[in-house]
Design a binder for this molecule. Structure first.
Ligand code: SAM
Length: 203
């Protein structure tokens, strides 16, 4: 029987599988952060769907980082983040209804947006409510139409609510939200792996 993403990832937190996700995602995230920080100016940062908060802890060490916040819908993930980093900023909330108190410069998200109820609306909310003018959204996705090996993950991981979109459909969500300077690329392509699809845009 399949379960919701929050149920499954809460179980993963209990089983310490969040540390495996960090290992699997870290090279793609490094590529995303290098792009996101290329302006070389002070920034505020949100990690949307932060899991155990490993990206927040990494980013907070950057001397240009004014503050970094992690948000995740799994209370187990957020409790783990707080245990690992008691002075860090973490919130347990559904991304479809949360927004930061003040808009930020960079919103980052790795392997999350296809789980939310309405990814197109989510991207519009980030544009409207989460980002400052000239702020950047950058997302990484391994589950997408052109990455054929990912198609069976909903069955193999037993997770409901995984939405399979093509690269062009994700780009269209950024365009219709109003983002400018939209770019996409694939990181780490090899053999039958199409790579992490990375998409970014500026408000
Ligand atoms: C594949 S994990 C990725 C975690 C982290 N970004 C990483 O790279 O290690 C997906 C995360 O998204 C969270 N998530 C899924 N749907 C969510 C939603 N609607 N609101 C908030 N968090 C959500 C899950 O709890 C989980 O921690």
């Amino acid at each position: 029987m399949k379960r919701s993403p929050i149920e499954v990832f809460s179980e993963w937190a209990d089983q310490d599988k969040d540390f495996g996700m960090e290992q699997n995602h870290k090279e793609s995230v490094e590529n995303m952060l290098t792009f996101a920080f290329s302006k070389n100016s002070p920034f505020s940062f949100v990690d949307a769907g932060c899991g155990n908060g490993w990206v927040v802890r990494k980013v907070a060490k950057n001397p240009l980082c004014k503050f970094a916040i992690g948000v995740d819908g799994s209370d187990k993930m957020i409790q783990k983040a707080i245990t690992l980093d008691p002075s860090g900023s973490y919130a347990c909330a559904n991304l479809m209804s949360w927004s930061p108190v003040k808009p930020v410069d960079i919103v980052h998200s790795m392997e999350v947006f296809y789980y939310v109820d309405n990814p197109k609306k989510m991207i519009q909310r980030i544009f409207n409510l989460w980002l400052k003018k000239n702020g950047n959204l950058i997302i990484g996705l391994d589950f997408y139409l052109e990455n054929k090996v990912s198609h069976e993950w909903s069955d193999s991981c037993g997770i409901t609510n995984m939405k399979l979109f093509s690269e062009n459909e994700w780009l269209e969500f950024f365009e219709s939200a109003g983002f400018e300077s939209i770019e996409s690329w694939r990181f780490g392509e090899k053999d039958n792996w199409a790579g992490t699809l990375i998409i970014t845009g500026t408000k």
